[in-house]
Design a protein around this ligand. Structure first.
Ligand code: 13P
Length: 257
């Protein structure tokens, strides 16, 4: 069976002081009940500059580390300001987000660039968390499946379906991110089943094992019903991951799957 994963995307938040308190709080919460980490993988995604210090804070805990982005070029090389996936791996990262909607919308990342980042991440031994999702306008035009198929397809085309055995897919409807407006469990399930179906058309085994996370205003109060959906294997959590108690409560909900 698929072990749920709850991933905390800290976005551009955190200082040495707040990170220490947050990691400490999450670690304490997880230590209170050994069943949580036994039944749910937990990962946090601080900013690049905090990765090394957070890696040290999380070292003796079940908390895995991820980065929020990586360079599409394998490196090393003349790519000022970029961070190579291999550097992230060296710092202790297991995961890296690729194609987060904020990267796509604010920094113009194309499906093709995201696919190249996916490949660079895997080449460095990282597990890419491929983010897909539609805007509100696209949903209103009934284009949700088409958009998600295009975003997923760009990666499948370049990486091949076998690559998904070492990846995670996160469905994050743009209209639900940071808005307090969560997709209903049925809306999430619909897209997750669609994604799994696209993968199943190419490889049934990989479709059955790949973890599909839901992201977009996940909170302790809605995590249980979201995670009760058959194709929701956990969450990619933004705002609520900055509060240790709230985040651990989401892990507890996912662990009950
Ligand atoms: P929120 O949980 O704050 O809506 O953010 C979701 C997200 O973008 C996680 O990557």
């Amino acid at each position: 069976m698929r072990k749920p994963l709850v991933a905390g995307n800290w976005k551009m938040h955190g200082s040495h002081a707040t990170n220490a308190a947050l990691v400490g709080g999450i670690a304490t919460g997880l230590a209170r009940d050994a069943q949580l980490a036994a039944h749910c993988d937990v990962a946090i995604f601080p900013t690049f500059v905090h990765l090394e210090s957070v890696a040290a804070l999380a070292a003796a805990t079940p908390i895995a580390l991820g980065a929020q982005d990586c360079c599409a070029e394998h490196g090393p090389g003349a790519y000022t300001g970029e961070v190579a996936a291999s550097s992230l791996q060296e710092l202790g990262c297991r995961y890296v987000l690729v194609g987060h909607s904020e990267r796509r919308a604010l920094y113009g990342e194309s499906d093709e660039l995201v696919a190249r980042k996916f490949l660079a991440a895997q080449a460095a031994g990282l597990v890419p968390v491929l983010c897909v999702g539609e805007t509100l306008a696209e949903r209103d035009r009934d284009e949700t499946h088409a958009v998600v198929a295009r975003q997923l397809g760009a990666v499948l085309e370049r990486a091949g379906v076998a690559a998904l055995a070492r990846a995670v897919v996160a469905y994050e409807p743009v209209w639900a991110i940071g808005t307090g407006r969560t997709a209903t469990p049925e809306q999430a399930q619909d897209v997750h089943a669609f994604v799994r179906g696209r993968i199943a058309a190419l490889d049934g085994n990989i479709a059955g094992s790949v973890r599909l996370l839901y992201g977009g205003s996940v909170k302790a109060s809605n995590a249980l019903e979201l995670c009760s959906m058959p194709d929701v294997d956990g969450g990619l959590v933004g705002g609520a991951s900055l509060n240790a108690e709230e985040f651990v409560a989401i892990v507890a909900a996912a662990a009950r799957k």
